[in-house]
Design a protein around this ligand. Structure first.
Ligand code: BG6
Length: 491
């Protein structure tokens, strides 16, 4: 029997407005947190530094808002704003069934708290969705992906303020009504679980002392849970065809050894990751968090009715990003040196069995099968891999070709494991490769960290023609989609 993916499997690619769209000061768009994310120096790449991971304060924000010298590449992204037709034609050529993009909230509500939306912003996405529909490509739309109207930061303090829930719901209802019949797959918050890292970018949170305050962070998360559940309710009421997903940055935690303390540590790491999907899929806070909240003096303010909102409006499917796995060790089993560095390591301890990318991200295709099985065992609802990919330095040959065999290798290995997981019984809706067209990196704001099948002629400073060209992986992915995986599963 020929092996292939299930009929209707949604192959495609993923992007986000803050890194791809550009046109930051056109079409009436308001200023966003992502517009203030400065490029990280190449020597700091592996720290994932910059505004992405450092708590922001008012002084730094004011500096960025008035800075005329610094490099802020997310303002121009890859210029999808002007080139969407050409980009979508290339996706059609690869045979995409779906394309993930995000709507820039400040394009629809420039300040975030207006009563009426910006018609020019709505029209832009109308044109994008019409273009996708022309080729039969299903849009998969994220409502909030690492960008947030600046006005809601300076005037309201971001997501820690309950009022932001209403603003978000107004925004969500506006786009559900406007794009009814054009879009049916929606994601509310991108990687909702890493608000501790992206507190400023996606949550608009400022911490004057430069330290993350867990109580405020979890209160902001609670507001996002409520906003997401209310948006899910609205999506279903406005169009019963709508399907809404939550989106988790999934990082499978492997214990460093079989020492029971390390196993326990891995379990707790996992719980802190899955807390977010537990709430959004099961509709209630898991009991293991009570202990964590108590021990960290966190008291989440629930308003009357919040519990019911969460319970009555869980998501329809679960989506996640998958780039790597992590290794975790109990402090009791750490050397003094390991203890000293552990707190600073975002990527965790190195796994001796895995290779890493140029940016230090460990490549683990089997981990994807593990994670798919684990998530499906836990939730039993359809899963969707909405990000997976390899950021690498590409070389353009004299004739303009780009031989990215490393990307093809990464893709093939992950797709094969995905197939195995489906055979294991996992219900998987689709797969969207991250950054199908080169775009600005979220964590370092670099262009040279390229994920695309389509190359963009632009450098880290924004110099270049921004013209698009096909890498070797473009043709590879096209053939993979055309055969629904059969071409690599039966060799
Ligand atoms: C995910 C984000 O964390 O990873 C994307 O949802 C991001 O926005 C992607 O671009 C890859 O990360 P980076 O830092 O390599 O761009």
């Amino acid at each position: 029997m020929t092996k292939q993916f299930p009929d209707g499997f949604l192959w495609g690619g993923a992007t986000a407005a803050n890194q791809f769209e550009g046109g930051f000061n056109e079409g009436g768009r308001g200023f966003a947190t992502s517009d203030t994310a400065r490029a990280v120096r190449p020597e700091d790449r592996k720290t994932m530094g910059g505004e992405f991971t450092t708590p922001m304060n008012r002084e730094k924000l004011n500096f960025a808002l008035n800075d005329k010298e610094g490099l802020y590449p997310k303002r121009w992204g890859s210029d999808f704003y002007h080139r969407y037709k050409e980009d979508i034609a290339l996706y059609a050529e690869m045979g995409f069934k779906t394309f993930r993009l995000s709507i820039a909230w400040p394009r629809i509500f420039p300040k975030g708290d207006e009563l009426e939306p910006n018609e020019e912003g709505l029209t832009f996405y109308d044109k994008v969705f019409d273009e996708l529909n022309k080729y039969g490509i299903e849009p998969l739309v994220t409502l909030s992906h690492y960008e947030f109207p600046i006005h809601l930061v300076t005037e309201y303090g971001g997501w820690k303020n309950r009022k932001v829930v209403d603003f978000f719901v107004r925004y969500a209802e506006t786009v559900f009504n406007r794009y009814k019949g054009k879009v049916k797959y929606w994601l509310t918050f991108n990687e909702i679980n890493i608000l501790g890292l992206t507190g400023y970018l996606s949550g608009g949170l400022l911490f004057e002392d430069g330290k993350l305050h867990l109580d405020e962070m979890y209160q902001a998360v609670h507001h996002q849970f409520i906003a997401s559940a209310l948006a899910t309710k609205a999506a279903h009421e406005i169009d019963p065809e709508n399907k809404v997903g939550m989106m988790l940055a999934r990082m499978e935690a492997y214990p460093a050894t079989c020492h029971p303390d390390d196993i326990l540590n891995a379990l707790q790491k996992d719980q802190s990751n899955l807390f977010y999907s537990d709430v959004q899929v099961r509709g209630e806070y898991p009991r293991y968090m009570n202990r964590f909240f108590k021990e960290n003096n966190i008291e989440i303010q629930f308003e009357p009715g919040d519990k019911e909102i969460l319970k009555q409006h869980p998501v329809d499917f679960m989506s996640f990003s998958y780039y790597m796995t992590s290794v975790t060790r109990h402090p009791n089993n750490m050397t003094e040196e390991q203890k000293a560095t552990a707190g600073n390591l975002i990527l965790g301890e190195a796994n001796p069995y895995l290779e890493e990318s140029d940016w230090g991200w460990e490549i683990d295709p089997v981990g994807l099968r593990v994670t798919l099985n684990k998530l499906y065992d836990r939730y039993q609802i359809p899963l969707f891999i909405v990000e997976n990919g390899l950021g690498a330095l590409d070389k353009v040959e004299a004739d303009g070709s780009i031989h990215d065999s490393y990307r093809i290798d990464y893709l093939e290995k992950h797709v094969k494991q995905m197939y195995e997981a489906i055979e294991d019984g996992v219900e998987l809706m689709g797969y969207t490769w991250w950054g199908c067209t080169d775009l600005v990196s979220a964590s370092t704001s670099e262009m040279s960290k390229r994920y695309g099948f389509v190359y963009v002629d632009a450098d880290d400073e924004g110099n270049g023609t921004f013209d698009r060209s096909r890498k070797d992986s473009f043709f590879y992915y096209r053939d993979l989609i055309a055969s629904n995986g059969a071409n690599i599963l039966n060799d």
